[in-house]
Design a protein around this ligand. Structure first.
Ligand SMILES: Nc1ncnc2c1ncn2[C@@H]1O[C@H](COP(=O)(O)OP(=O)(O)O)[C@@H](O)[C@H]1O
Ligand SMILES: [Mg+2]
Length: 238
């Protein structure tokens, strides 16, 4: 039977009196990619940040490999194997590539295929070439690779990626897609937040579409591909 990596049930998330996400339920199976899609302001980042423990939900449950985590601190959730690649990358621009990776390093006892510098460099060769360079001088695509590499140094079992293709040229978006496929082949479980519908459908197994904080469509990537009007209705893709 498939293992549930992340299981979210009936989540409600508010900013003060204003409700940003309502009745969100989803299941991410181990080794799969779930794409969380929607227009600007749909509630995608709010959801991811809540999965990572940076925001507290008002209602609902979040389970990571069967363990309830919605009242745990971000640090405890990270130790449990959940790592966020935040929207806008948020790398340290004045540190070198190597330093950015080193500050994120976390040893995890008892886990076999753990991540380290060598493995990150083997996955993202460009980071190795640029390891002494200040991160602020990297291209957008290289900064995204660094943001992903930094998350990997924390030895995640679940990776939460918030719009990794944002602001990147199409050729670089293809590199990001390739990186996601590589990580999936390594059995990482990934929630991919995107506005790039094609990238998401290229790599995802499951798709959940949010509109103003509510799920308007959920299903396999294949079933979503078979509904061509969906993209125009909920995603602003023409
Ligand atoms: N810090 C905040 N305080 C109040 N409202 C917020 C805050 N962050 C986001 N929102 C609101 O929550 C809704 C969802 O935002 P967000 O999750 O960032 O959307 P997305 O990532 O899908 O673009 C939007 O209406 C946004 O204006
Ligand atoms: Mg966002």
């Amino acid at each position: 039977m498939a293992t549930e990596a992340l299981s979210v049930n009936n989540l409600e998330i508010c900013y003060g009196q204003s409700r940003a996400v309502n009745q969100l339920s989803l299941t991410l199976e181990e080794g799969c990619v779930l794409a969380l899609l929607g227009r600007n302001g749909a509630g995608k980042s709010t959801s991811l940040n809540t999965f990572a423990g940076l925001l507290q939900s008002r209602r609902g449950t979040i389970k990571v490999f069967g363990r309830q985590v919605e009242r745990l601190s971000p640090e405890a959730i990270a130790r449990g194997g959940v790592r966020l690649v935040p929207q806008g990358r948020r790398i340290f621009p004045s540190l070198t590539v190597l330093e950015n990776l080193q500050v994120a390093e976390q040893q995890v006892a008892g886990r076999s295929n753990s991540w380290n510098l060598g493995r990150v460099y083997a996955t993202f060769g460009r980071l190795k070439e640029r390891m002494r360079q200040r991160a602020g001088t990297l291209s957008g695509g290289e900064q995204q690779m660094l943001a992903i590499g930094r998350a990997l140094m924390g030895n995640p079992r679940i990776l939460l990626m918030d719009e990794p293709s944002e602001g990147l040229a199409p050729m670089i978006v293809a590199e990001v897609a390739q990186a996601i496929k590589t990580l999936k082949a390594d059995r990482l479980s990934i929630v991919l937040v995107e506005q790039n519908f094609n990238l998401a459908l290229d790599v995802a197994d499951q798709v959940v579409v949010l509109n103003t904080g509510s799920v308007v469509c959920a299903g396999s990537a294949a079933s979503v591909r078979a509904q061509p009007d969906l993209a125009t209705r909920h995603l602003g893709v023409f």
